[in-house]
Design a protein around this ligand. Structure first.
Ligand SMILES: [Zn+2]
Length: 469
């Protein structure tokens, strides 16, 4: 990129709240249903149908704000944003302009840069157009799904910063339990406002907006393309037009869509069907108490209180499900490193967001306890783990059923080792020339003698000790 220019980026990120029902009616909020089955006169905007505010949606918006250190307003107003589009049957979207629920706040990037938020407000999603061959269908299921919009100040200056910001915001929302933020399902979308200017210029350049970017890769590529396009246009002596542009992810280009609207164009006015929302301080305090720890705070806890390496802490907080699972295991048995190892090796090999974690914290804690108290071998512990992951069951019952529970003490094992070595003078002679082979031979002997119930690691140590005498 041309080094004489700097890029200024502001983001608007839309995230669907994780509620049971929609924001102004009792229709289900669920992704993937048959088209137009989760609709009613309210969310399709039939004349005379009156909206009723979903209290949970307001609570989750407040929690989203608390997770990003926003100030929570003591009252909020819903306004109508008027525009026509086929996916918006009411011809207005209920949103917030003058009095949003959350104001200010921000997120710190890894570079130390603080990206300020202007606001987080609550509104409703629109329906969805489905283009098939030469036809377009409309699915109104998504219409009226609670949607929070996070608006940043223009504090970002590169695609990398924008991607990191969206990632951190997404983590904050997921960990706070307010939104699932499934970008592939459109549950989180990002609008990018971007302008460029000559370095040192006091004035911001004319900005364009790219709407509905729904993957990190699209955000990255769209910003890189648009910054380059604007710089090249300015270098040719052209003017940048304030407009909304469409990002074509397949072709990797942004295309002019329409001249950019200002908020005035939407003729916002307070929705006469909805009351002002009062937000008592007490409600905010109660929600603050319920707010789950942020990924940042969890990492701190894992490193400082549990003594885990940074690497483990990062991996354990890479998803809320993993982090919650780890917390549940540690609550049952205070062996953080043991569980961290299980998660980083066995669980991460099998885990996907779609499938989830197919073993309970109780079962993994039982397996870990059996291993750590040397009642079963680590190898058998792993076998139990896979069996339960694939077939289900109870760790203790299965260990008993398979006769894995060892009754062999260390001194008994020592006796077996000594006996085997005394009986195999020939193997002893080979020890100098082929130590590995001899050790393997004796471990095999121990396993045979104990019907596989001996701890292989311990047996190995004892064998080595005897051989080195
Ligand atoms: Zn409805």
């Amino acid at each position: 990129m041309n080094k004489d220019y700097e890029v200024t980026i502001g983001l608007e990120i839309h995230a669907e709240l994780d509620t049971q029902s929609k924001v102004f009616c009792s229709c289900k909020n669920s992704f993937g249903a048959e088209p137009n089955t989760n609709c009613c006169p309210v969310c399709t905007g039939m004349p005379g149908a009156l909206p009723v505010l979903n209290k949970r949606a307001v609570e989750l918006t407040i929690m989203a704000g608390l997770a990003c250190d926003c100030e929570i307003s003591n009252y909020a107003v819903f306004e109508r944003k008027n525009y026509f589009y086929p996916d918006l049957s009411k011809a207005y979207q209920i949103s917030q302009l003058e009095k949003p629920i959350c104001v200010g706040g921000g997120i710190r990037l890894s570079s130390g840069k603080f990206v300020r938020l202007n606001r987080i407000h609550l509104g409703e999603d629109a329906g969805k157009l489905i283009h098939e061959f030469d036809q377009t269908h409309i699915d109104y299921n998504r219409g009226g799904v609670p949607l929070i919009e996070t608006v940043t100040e223009p504090d970002l200056s590169s695609a990398e910063e924008a991607v990191e910001f969206v990632n951190k915001l997404r983590d904050n929302f997921i960990f706070a339990g307010v939104a699932k933020c499934r970008m592939q399902e459109g549950g989180m979308r990002c609008d990018v406002n971007l302008s460029v200017r000559k370095k040192g210029s006091p004035l911001l350049g004319t900005r364009t907006e790219m709407k509905n970017l729904n993957s990190f890769k699209a955000i990255q590529r769209a910003i890189e393309y648009e910054a380059k396009r604007q710089i090249e246009a300015l270098e040719r002596g052209e003017k940048i037009v304030q407009e909304t542009r469409k990002w074509d992810d397949e072709k990797g280009v942004s295309l002019s869509m329409r001249s950019k609207e200002d908020s005035n164009d939407y003729r916002y006015f307070p929705d006469p069907d909805l009351l002002t929302v009062k937000i008592p301080e007490l409600t905010v305090q109660e929600l603050k108490k319920k707010l789950p720890l942020s990924p940042e705070k969890r990492r701190e806890l894992y490193i400082e209180s549990y003594g885990l390496p940074q690497y483990d802490a990062n991996l354990l907080t890479s998803s809320k499900e993993i982090s919650d699972f780890f917390d549940a295991c540690v609550a049952l048995l205070k062996e953080p490193k043991e569980f961290s190892n299980w998660i980083m090796t066995e669980i991460m090999k099998l885990y996907t967001e779609e499938v989830g974690i197919l073993i309970s914290a109780q079962n993994l804690a039982k397996i870990a306890e059996l291993i750590l108290t040397k009642k079963i071998t680590r190898q058998n512990g792993k076998q139990l783990f896979y069996e339960i992951w694939n077939e289900g069951g109870d760790a203790l019952e299965l260990a008993e059923k398979y006769g894995m529970l060892s009754s062999i003490t260390e001194s008994e094992l020592e006796g077996i080792v000594k006996k085997l070595i005394a009986e195999n003078a020939k193997a002893l002679e080979d020890y100098k020339s082929a130590p590995d082979k001899v050790i393997k031979f004796f471990i095999g002997g121990v396993m045979k003698e104990t019907k596989g119930k001996a701890d292989a690691q311990l047996a190995r140590e004892l064998i080595l000790r005897e051989l080195e005498r």
